[in-house]
Write a new protein. Structure first.
Length: 484
């Protein structure tokens, strides 16, 4: 039998898998390629991988026999049962200390379960977030690996070589933490991506509503991309706005306003509810897509429900565009603060020791949310690793004080004009709520106690739960106190 040559095996020859293999090949690694539909292996070798060192496998046994020890097997297949199916088939073929990596968009709870199951079998498991789409996979993705830490030294050289680099040398990839930490961080990344996209869409909707043409909008985005909003999503928005169809007309205007989604934003919002962290902007971004999908109902309602009448925009367009930029930046700061709050809470619940500066660096390049802004976030965490909330970092306090006037003007004007801006406005409400020393939850507690004897604490006597017989004819027995 010939000596195994494969540094790593990759299962799943769809867009992500093929591109990641070619990226690994470019960096000198020998990849063994395999796919459920085996014919795709030969096809890949004869086309995209022609002239490379990529080796094909005709079965899982063949694939495993071609790998150096410890064996490293990475899957990039559809998340869900496909991952479990492959794990089941791989386990009898692998030996103690071998490594299985799941690079798909798996739910972090599945990754936690798989880590436990494989640990019992002596195998190492890594759940890694991979971001950057096709282009990222080919030329440098952001990689967020987590799971069994013993696997990290064996995969680090490959992962850090193929990942995107900030300042040409700093890899957008580092070890995130144990069990599901990598996939959790990737999930929050995707949630933040939903938020960023919604904010940009609201900015576009405002610009359109105040009568800017598409070239004017593109110019605004181009300008914004030179400053603190410099990011991949702003850049592609500029290009999308300028893109003309074969008939010379703008393509964007012809696209149905009905958004799709694959689930990771929803998972982030659900995690926010589970961990009790108000990731309101991500939640609104998910609901914004749901509302857009009710297009038929909206068409009907648009003819029935009254709006604001003939109130017209009568401000200076140029100045108002600057206010939109401030609203976008301030809302983005809120969204990322909420995302990092969720990471912090999950880390506490799962005992993950997350390095928030390092996570910001992982997102700084290669992935869809890559931006200059993430460099500022990294710096804030580097300066104060114990920072309780990004909003409290001096850099962002300053930004908020500079942007809030324009932000408030945008929210008020949009409300007057009847333009929906769920993300801008919920971000502002969160900001005002977070900075409020007093909220009306005293009344809420009183209501709960009134109808359900749920008890409340008195100011200055925290920890002592009391019940009032509000009506005079209720009992004095209270319900037990617990947090859902
Ligand atoms: P897909 O998500 O479309 O998955 C295609 C691969 O899954 C093929 O290899 C296919 O095999 C295999 N597969 C399927 Br579908 N059902 C299977 C089953 N029941 N058992 C075994 N294999 C099965 O590919 P992708 O877009 O390259 O994404 C791969 C992973 O990376 C996914 O988890 C995705 O969420 C994640 N991801 C995608 C992107 C992106 O931009 N596309 C970005 C980041 C992460 P077959 O050829 O035999 O049908």
């Amino acid at each position: 039998m010939s000596k195994p040559v494969g540094d790593i095996a990759l299962i799943g020859l769809a867009v992500m898998g093929q591109n990641l293999i070619l990226n690994m090949n470019d960096h000198g690694f020998v990849v063994v390629a395999y796919n459920r539909t085996v014919e795709k292996v030969q096809n890949f070798l004869e086309n995209e991988a022609k002239g490379t060192k990529v080796v094909g496998a005709t079965s899982l046994e063949d694939m495993v026999s071609k790998l150096k020890l410890p064996r490293r097997v990475m899957m990039l297949v559809k998340a869900g049962p496909a991952v479990d199916d492959f794990i089941k088939k791989l386990v009898p073929l692998l030996s103690k200390g071998d490594i299985i990596i799941d690079g798909g968009n798996s739910e972090y709870t599945d990754t936690i379960r798989r880590c436990k199951e494989l640990e019992a079998k002596g195998l190492l498991f890594v759940g890694s977030g991979v971001s950057g789409g096709e282009e990222g996979a080919r030329y440098g993705p952001s990689l967020m690996p987590g799971g069994h830490a013993e696997a990290w030294p064996h995969i680090k050289p490959i992962f850090q070589a193929i990942s995107a680099k900030v300042n040409k040398t700093e890899p957008c990839c580092d070890w995130v933490g144990s069990d599901g930490a990598g996939h959790f961080v990737k999930m929050v990344h995707n949630g933040i991506e939903y938020g960023d996209m919604q904010l940009i869409c609201e900015a576009y909707d405002l610009m359109r509503s105040i009568g800017m043409n598409q070239e004017e909008m593109a110019q605004a985005f181009e300008e914004w991309n030179k400053g603190e909003l410099d990011s991949f999503l702003i850049e592609i928005t500029r290009d999308i706005l300028r893109y003309k169809d074969t008939d010379g007309k703008y393509l964007l205007e012809k696209i149905r306003d009905c958004a799709g989604q694959k689930g990771t934003g929803k998972w982030t919002a659900i995690a926010g509810l589970q961990y009790g962290i108000p990731v309101t902007l991500i939640g609104e971004a998910v609901f914004g897509r749901c509302l857009s999908a009710l297009q038929n109902e909206r068409q009907i309602a648009s003819k029935i429900l009254p709006g604001v009448g003939d109130i017209k925009f009568n401000k200076d367009k140029k100045k108002f565009t600057e206010s939109i930029r401030d609203a976008l930046y301030a809302s983005k700061i809120v969204s990322y603060s909420q995302g990092f709050m969720l990471l912090r809470q999950a880390a506490e619940n799962h005992n993950w020791s997350l390095d928030y500066g390092s996570i910001a660096l992982m997102w700084r390049g290669g992935c869809i949310i890559r931006s200059v802004f993430l460099g500022d976030i990294k710096e804030a965490f580097d300066k104060d690793p114990k920072l309780t909330n990004l909003l409290l970092a001096p850099f962002f306090v300053k930004a908020m004080s500079r942007c809030q006037k324009g932000w408030r003007e945008v929210v008020a004007t949009a409300s007057e004009l009847g333009i929906p801006i769920p993300a801008f406005s919920c971000a502002l409400s969160f900001y005002d709520g977070y900075r409020a020393a007093r909220l009306p939850a005293n009344l809420l507690q009183a209501q709960r106690d009134y109808f359900g004897a749920h008890t409340y604490e008195l100011l200055g006597k925290e920890g002592k739960w009391v019940h009032t017989n509000w009506t005079g004819h209720g009992g004095n027995v209270s319900a037990s106190t617990y947090q859902a």
